[in-house]
Design a protein around this ligand. Structure first.
Ligand SMILES: Nc1ncnc2c1ncn2[C@@H]1O[C@H](COP(=O)(O)OP(=O)(O)O)[C@@H](O)[C@H]1O
Ligand SMILES: [Mg+2]
Length: 265
């Protein structure tokens, strides 16, 4: 049975008091030329089930480092990451990462790329896998391109494949590191809208890192605003605006001003 289909979006997002993902006092120091530098300083925040959390901060403030720690790729110097209340110390199938860079297998078609991870983890029949791949191809609008190779499709389409191949695995938590940063403005807006509509159809706990203030306000239920040198959580800002959100809306502008004021403090 596919639990995705069983998930119903309700207003009970915070019904559970246990966060899907929690960072507690994460500190990260790197030694460069014998000198220790604190990149992250006691980062604490919680992401609840099916919540869309953005982490925004300028380049170099430690967003990628933080995401790598949350994913389990990098052990922090101090602090703890928990998933559903249990401490995690290494990568696991509960957390999937979508990177900015193209990580598709160049020799596999769009369809084969999307199916790849599922073959390894699913005990389901071949027919079920086929149905799931068909469903996700349709969800990201790539049914007509399923037999193309990555080099034959645009960068926006490649990011759709990246999304589909993570979503199809049904991880508890999706960690995204500036996945749309290399896309042109229009494609980027399209991808943001697609991501929001997919998340509304298939609720997921998403943690999305960006340096783009508008992107964070378009996407997030809440935004963790980071300081730089050292990277700290400056403020948590909730965005109760209806979706889809329009960047030319007055209220949107108010949140943008607020975020800029925090980032410039
Ligand atoms: N392995 C490392 N060794 C030393 N310094 C590092 C390492 N990884 C990241 N840094 C430093 O940590 C800071 C934050 O980097 P990063 O997490 O990539 O920031 P962001 O993703 O916000 O741009 C930068 O100053 C970077 O040079
Ligand atoms: Mg980064």
């Amino acid at each position: 049975m596919n639990v995705f289909k069983e998930k119903v979006k309700t207003n009970l997002r915070h019904a559970s008091t246990i966060p899907a993902l929690e960072a507690t006092d994460i500190t990260m120091r790197f030694k460069v030329n014998g000198i220790s530098k604190t990149v992250l300083d006691r980062i604490s925040f919680a992401a609840y089930r099916d919540e869309f959390t953005c982490i925004v901060g300028e380049s170099g403030c430690g967003k990628t480092t933080l995401l790598n720690i949350l994913a389990g790729f990098l052990p922090p110097s101090a602090g703890e990451v928990t998933v559903m209340g249990t401490a995690v110390h290494r990568p696991g199938p509960d957390r999937c990462v979508v990177f900015q860079e193209d990580t598709l297998f160049p020799w596999l078609t769009v369809r084969e790329n999307i199916a790849f991870g599922l073959k390894g983890v699913s005990r389901e029949s071949k027919r079920h896998i086929k149905e799931e791949v068909d469903r996700f191809l349709a969800l990201v609008g790539l049914t007509d391109y399923q037999n193309y190779l990555p080099r034959e499709i645009s960068s926006g389409m490649k990011q759709r494949v990246e999304l589909a191949r993570v979503l199809i695995l049904e991880p508890h938590i999706i960690l995204m590191d500036e996945p749309f940063a290399s896309l042109d403005y229009r494609t980027r807006r399209e991808m943001q809208n697609l991501l929001v509509s997919l998340w509304q159809k298939l609720p997921q706990t998403i943690l999305f890192v960006t340096h783009d203030v508008d992107e964070a306000i378009v996407l997030g239920d809440k935004i963790e605003i980071m300081d730089i040198n050292p990277g700290r959580i400056h403020e948590e800002l909730h965005i109760p605006l209806e979706r889809p959100r329009n960047i030319s809306q007055n209220e949107f502008g108010l949140y943008r001003d607020k975020l800029h004021s925090f980032l410039c403090d």
